[in-house]
Ligand binder design. Structure first.
Ligand SMILES: Cc1cc2nc3c(=O)[nH]c(=O)nc-3n(C[C@H](O)[C@H](O)[C@H](O)COP(=O)(O)OP(=O)(O)OC[C@H]3O[C@@H](n4cnc5c(N)ncnc54)[C@H](O)[C@@H]3O)c2cc1C
Length: 461
């Protein structure tokens, strides 16, 4: 293979969200010459405002926690779930007899030790501000950053380095790199270009979200938790995330079929749904909406492969599963961390093949990401199959700590957390027994329909 010229940069990163910026920061810190292209001019709004504790590990390693504190993002000590189903379900066969009517359950992160997080809380963030800060942090550490540059595609010539292609005026510009990292989020630039994307046939959720000012979150110490308010509509819930003292983010998540195609009717639907939770409705009605509603749809998918010769996918560009447990930003940050370790190792140990990254360079990354997303996917699938299960396990002291661990979002190392096996056993029992008191609560979403492929495929040229 002839390499006529040297690459312009060692690594080219597409996208300056949490995944791209964290990777640029790790690489710059290690002295690796990298360039990041971001299509927007920051700050720009973005969905995904509540972090989980596993995000802290990355923020800490990048010396970014002091900046988070200085910025005054609300501290997140835990999460709470409420429901106004009005029904009572008990299960005599499992000695779980506590009523589940109009319940509120919560977890406090500090209940389980997590030394790597450095502190017993994480943050809720205004993504406009957070993403800008992280991008600037990467730049300060030495990464080259270009905002307002939308990458059109990546060329993979068989006898030269990959090229990141974008337009400037009428001209196309090519930047040559040893490795392209796709961190373009749900736009999945490379996943679409290389036809790696598999749409999730199981989750077909839809979200409508906005910000309100003046929502009364109350005076309790838990008022800065994230709240998930379950609705008495199949697989539907509302998030409540503190953004500042005065501003609260609200989002409705439901199955896509529930939404009308007309925009105005959708907003009415938002209010109709909120009305089903009278306490939230009453307070929200007295608050002021300060942003237009924004929609997110068709957001669950996987990739046939998350790396290949000359490229690696990180963050949402690699995979996206339903956001019920607020893990997206944490997964994005941690995927950047794992990928950076493989990249740095390849440079240190000179394991590049003729100066080029091969899929084999990312074995560690691929294994961890596949394991982590499998565990998350399983958790979410079980949750959607039988909502009540989640509440049952979290209110049961035998499983509480394991549930807190799972909700901290750090499930990369273990093959499968034990609590997932226990949850699956219960679902199997309920599925097999039509007379079970929970049988009619089973949703139509089923497990085991969706397994990412892990074939070794070379980059198409
Ligand atoms: C309804 C909903 C609710 C969610 N709630 C939460 C939550 O509470 N907590 C949580 O942690 N996560 C949540 N998420 C997930 C979270 O939004 C994402 O997981 C997270 O933003 C992923 O970060 P990323 O860096 O991979 O991608 P992004 O944050 O999407 O960043 C990608 C960047 O790439 C840029 N880009 C795209 N295409 C190009 C191109 N061609 N050229 C150059 N740049 C490009 C984009 O402009 C963007 O800035 C939610 C998601 C949804 C859909």
């Amino acid at each position: 293979m002839s390499r006529i010229t040297q690459p312009d940069f060692e690594i080219g990163i597409i996208g300056g969200g949490p995944a791209g910026s964290a990777l640029a920061a790790y690489l710059a810190k290690a002295g690796i010459n990298c360039v990041l292209f971001e299509r927007e001019i920051f700050p720009r709004p973005h969905v995904g405002e509540s972090l989980v504790l596993a995000a802290n590990r990355v923020l800490r390693e990048l010396d970014f926690l002091p900046e988070m504190e200085a910025a005054g993002f609300p501290r997140k000590y835990g999460a709470a779930w409420t429901s106004t189903s009005g029904k009572i379900y008990t299960d005599d066969s499992n000695d779980w007899k506590k009523a589940l009517s109009d319940y509120e359950v919560d977890v406090c992160f500090g209940d389980r030790e997590y030394p790597e997080a450095g502190q017993p809380y994480t943050y809720h963030v205004d993504r406009g501000k957070f993403d800008l800060m992280l991008l600037q942090h990467a730049q300060k550490l030495g990464a080259t950053v270009y905002e307002g540059i939308r990458v059109n595609r990546v060329d993979f010539p068989h006898d030269d380095y990959p090229c990141v292609i974008f337009s400037m005026g009428q001209k196309e510009v090519a930047v040559k790199v040893r490795l392209v990292v796709d961190a373009s989020g749900r736009r999945t630039l490379l996943g679409s270009q290389l036809k790696l994307k598999i749409k999730d046939p199981v989750f077909n959720q839809f979200a409508l979200h906005t910000w309100f000012e003046g929502y009364d979150r109350g005076k309790s110490e838990k008022n800065d938790y994230i709240f998930i308010h379950f609705l008495p509509i199949s697989n539907s819930w509302i998030w409540q995330i503190p953004i500042t003292d005065k501003i609260t983010s609200f989002g409705l998540v439901t199955q896509k079929d529930n939404f009308s195609k007309q925009k105005a009717v959708r907003e009415e639907f938002f209010w109709e749904c909120v009305k089903k939770h009278p306490e939230v409705f009453e307070k929200l009605n007295q608050a002021n909406r300060i942003r237009p509603f924004k929609e997110e749809s068709d957001y669950s998918y996987a990739m046939k492969q998350v790396c290949g010769d000359g490229f690696v996918l990180i963050g949402d560009a690699a995979r996206f599963v339903d956001p019920i447990f607020s893990s997206g930003v944490s997964v994005a940050l941690n995927s950047a961390r794992f990928a950076s370790q493989d990249i740095i190792k390849a440079f240190e140990q000179s394991t590049l093949n003729n100066g080029v990254f091969k899929r084999e360079n990312f074995q560690y990354y691929e294994n961890l990401i596949n394991r982590g997303t499998k565990n998350w996917y399983e958790f979410i699938t079980l949750y959607y199959r039988l909502n009540i299960l989640f509440t049952r396990f979290i209110t049961d002291e035998r499983y509480y700590l394991d549930m807190v661990k799972l909700l901290q979002g750090d499930v990369y190392e273990e093959q499968e957390p034990d609590v997932l096996q226990e949850m699956r056993k219960v679902v199997n029992t309920v599925e097999k027994n039509p007379d079970h008191v929970w049988h009619n609560l089973l949703s139509q979403l089923t497990a085991n329909t969706f397994k990412p492929e892990a074939k070794l495929v070379s980059t198409p040229t």
